[in-house]
Structure formats: C-alpha cells, structure tokens
Design a binder for this molecule. Structure first.
Ligand code: AMP
Length: 478
C-alpha cells in the first residue's frame, strides 16, 4: 500500500528533483529533492525517538522551511502532525497537550511542561547523520495525518482529525480548480499552524510542483517587495485591507499575480470593490473550515460574485438544513470526527452523517453560497431572528464607518438586544445616535441596534476572524 500523503507531496522530488519548492527572501532555496531528503532524515530521527504510526507529534515552532520537512516526515512514518498556534501560552498548551498526548513535542525552546520535548534545532542536528532514504509506512486514505485544534472563537478547542485522503483530496481538487501549475510562485504569508497556511496554501503548491516564497508574519513592506516575483497570493481579508491602505500597492505591482484569494473570514463588499478599482483584478473568495478543508470557491474562470463564497467544489455535497439554514456537508475532504470526543458525533453531525458547519447560509439561483453568519451568533430578539451580517452590511455602508460587528447581549426585555460596535475610518468621528437614526431608515425596527459602541479596532484572532464571544465579554463588562 502506498503512503497517500507523502506520495502526493514528494511526487516532484522523483519526477523533477532539481525543481525549487521553497525560496526565502534571503536567497536560500530548497529543491524538491532536498525536501525529500530532509524529510527522510527527520523520519529516521522521529522513529528512533519511538514515534509509531498513529502517534501524535505536536509542533509549536516559528515558521521556517524545516517545518515542511518535519510535516512530511510525520506523514512518512504515519504519525499525526499536531501544529499548535505559536501564540499559545504554556497554560493553554498544557490543556491541548493533555488532550492530544503527543509522543514528542517539537519546540523552539524547551518549556516547563510535563511532555517529552525536543527543540527543532536539536532534531535537525540529530538528522544530519541520518540516511537520505526512508521506507515510508503504508498509509491509506483513512489513516490520520493531522490533528488541528479548531481556532473556534468560542468554547474549549476541539481536535479535528484529518486523514491522508482528506488532505490529498483537498489539495488536488482546489489546486485544479485554481489552475495551479509548476510555474506558479506562491507568496506565502500565512501562519502554518492553521489549515489555510499549511494545507491550502502550501500543499496546493507542492502537489503541483510550484514554489513558494516563505515570509514571516504579514508585513506590507515584505509583500510589496516580493509581490513582483509571485503569481499567487492567498490571504485573509485583513491582509487585503492593509495592502489597500498603502498607496504603493498599485495595479502595476499586482500585475504579475494571476490569482488573489481570500478566506478564513468574510470579506467586506467594499474591500472587493476597492481592490478591483485599484488593481483591475478581482479577489477569489472561498470558504472552508478546519474540519472540512475548502468547501466552496468563486470560480477561477467565470463570474466571481462579491459577497458570496462561490460554488461547492467538485466532490463537495452541500445543503442547507431545513428551518435553520445551517450549512451541512459531506465529501472526500470532510474529517471523520474529533479526537477523544465521541459525544460530539451526535451534535456536530446530522442523523444521516452530514457535518454541521455552524454557518448559516443562503444559496442564490446560480448556486453561489453566501455565509450569513455563525449559527451561534444568530441574535434572537423579542422572538425574532436577526442575522448579524445583514446589520453589519448596512452599518459598513454608512459614511465614516470602516467596519462593524453586531452581537446579541442579554436583555431583560427582549431576551437579547442587538448591539453594534463600529470602527471609524481614519479621520472620521462617529456619533452613535446618528448611526442609529440612519440605520432606522433602512432596517426594520427590531434589527436596529439598541446601542452602538465606537471602538478603535475589533478583537480578532490570528486568522483575522472577529472574536464575537470576546466582544460580548467586553461589552457585558462595560
Ligand atoms: P477555521 O476552522 O478556523 O478555518 O474557521 C472556519 C470558519 O471560518 C467557518 O465556519 C466560517 O465561519 C469562517 N469562514 C471561513 N471562510 C469564510 C469566508 N470566506 N466568509 C465568511 N466566513 C468564512
């Protein structure tokens, strides 16, 4: 039996070993054969440290090319790669490690935690004397390859287990849909502890024999410098608003790039429009979850509808649950379940086995999907449902408002009160009473925010998602 994931990722090391896969701004380059060799050496080291098929290898290190070799090494020995957000504190890590129980935890610096740890530096040093070849452990489609704690903005993190088959199906389908080839150069600026940076951005490139320019934390200056060398940029909405806020980001600079994509959080219609005016190009917005890989995308060829996340990808079955309109899915990229949480099978999947995304959707006459909000963010006020997105869109279009977030706060009278937070455009001053007055002109009374709060910025997680639970906490404490 083959090793499904390693075979897909190392295909180009056999067919074109000298091809470059990773380029660093410093000029350092890795070829596909180097990636294969280094991953073999690391697989030997992990094996010597007792890592067996199915064991977890947790990783919390800064972004660097060696991570890809380590990631592939895990696939080659059939271990489960567990990337951890590099901003997690020791206290947060303790809970996650207790849950996933890794055989080894790879870190930049040893931490005061009761788990077997090794620094990446030491691991690489040990690898230097190992053989360049490794006989991959046979792993079929259902063999677990990765476990990612959902970056969910509420509740205790859950470990979503993704299989070799899930990851390969995701990379193959999406890279075909976006027409990725070996000529593509991806400007990689996303974190690689998350599905978006690792399994979407990097794997899409590697399965097609392309290369990536590896950048650290998002920096406008770095992007502007490297963009003329790239053909693809995959980002989150905040990346695009930051680029657009800089006058140096011009049509000419963007001209070499054939594909700009956005996801992980909703992109405002104004950002889409502003981007098109500035560059003459449109951003391909797509939608997915840690648990499912990418589910929908606007087409590479064909109409890209701003405000929608496009069409279900080939192989994805997507439906709206009756009454709630919650998006439910099945398909080759959808995970089998959460680690150590059998009780969630009954709540997170429908009776007939479809995964419930927690997102409320709409589907237009052409089949394009729109995300209306998270089901748990739905506001029920006086018995009436209010979708935050609808109110946010109205507020965002008012003069002087850069962006907004709408949440429900406990209210003795209404159950929940529609509450808005607004952020001013640079140079504007906002008046809550005036905002409510303008909102009343276009919204039914029950949707008009009962109170409007002005903040300097919205609380966001590492992927740019507005943390509504945190926002509710902040507002409740006021
Ligand atoms: P994560 O598991 O961190 O990837 O988060 C998945 C969630 O991100 C989804 O359930 C959506 O709520 C949200 N999301 C991802 N892409 C989009 C998008 N293009 N528009 C709106 N929400 C998105």
């Amino acid at each position: 039996m083959p090793n499904v994931l390693a075979d897909a990722l190392l295909h180009w090391s056999r067919s074109d070993p000298g091809r470059v896969c990773i380029r660093m701004p410093s000029g350092e380059q890795w070829t596909y054969s180097e990636l294969a060799r280094r991953s073999a050496q690391l697989a030997h080291v992990l094996h010597r440290r007792g890592v067996q098929p199915g064991d977890r290898v947790a990783v919390q290190v800064e972004k660097c090319p060696e991570i890809f070799a380590l990631n592939i090494a895990c696939a080659r020995i059939g271990a489960v790669y567990v990337p951890l957000n590099d901003t997690y504190t020791s206290q947060e890590l303790a809970g996650l490690l207790d849950d996933c129980h890794p055989t080894v935890f790879v870190v930049d610096e040893l931490l005061d935690l009761q788990v077997p740890q090794i620094t990446l530096h030491a691991l690489l040093a040990n690898a230097l004397t190992e053989l360049y070849e490794f006989v991959d452990v046979a792993c079929g489609d259902t063999h677990p390859a990765a476990m990612l704690f959902t970056s969910g903005t509420t509740g205790r993190p859950k470990g979503a287990v993704l299989s070799h088959g899930n990851l390969v199906a995701g990379a193959r389908t999406l890279s075909a849909f976006w027409e990725m080839t070996q000529n593509d150069v991806l400007l990689h600026t996303l974190p690689i502890f998350h599905v978006h940076g690792l399994y979407v951005a990097a794997y899409n490139t590697l399965v097609r024999g392309g290369s990536m320019i590896l950048l650290g934390a998002f920096s406008v200056d770095d992007i502007l410098r490297e963009l003329p060398k790239a053909t693809v940029l995959m980002g989150v909405p905040t990346h695009y608003t930051r680029l657009l806020a800089d006058k140096r980001f011009t049509a000419e600079l963007a001209g070499h790039v054939r594909l700009f994509t956005s996801g992980s959080a909703p992109m405002l219609g104004t950002t889409h429009a502003h981007f098109e005016t500035r560059t003459g190009q449109t951003i391909v917005e797509r939608y997915g979850l840690t648990e499912t890989h990418i589910l929908t995308s606007n087409p590479y060829r064909g109409e890209r509808k701003a405000g929608t996340v496009g069409l279900p990808l080939p192989g994805v079955n997507l439906r709206l649950a009756p009454d709630s309109n919650e998006i439910e899915v099945t398909g080759p990229t959808v995970f089998a379940g959460y680690w150590n949480r059998p009780e969630l099978r009954g709540t997170e999947f429908s009776a007939d086995g479809w995964f419930k995304t927690g997102d409320i959707g709409r589907i237009d006459a052409d089949g394009y999907v729109e995300i209306v909000g998270r089901s748990k963010d739905l506001i029920i006020t006086g018995g009436l449902n209010v979708y935050p997105k609808e109110v946010e869109e109205i507020l965002n279009a008012l003069p002087g408002i850069l962006e907004s977030a709408v949440v429900g706060l406990p209210d003795p009278d209404f159950g929940e009160a529609v509450t808005a937070v607004v952020v001013a455009e640079p140079g504007s001053t906002l008046d809550p009473a005036e905002i409510r007055r303008q909102a009343r002109e276009v919204l039914a009374p029950f949707k008009v925010p009962k109170s409007v709060h002005v903040m300097e910025s919205l609380p966001r997680n590492a992927l740019g998602k507005v943390e509504k639970a945190r926002l509710r906490e902040i507002l409740s404490a006021q």
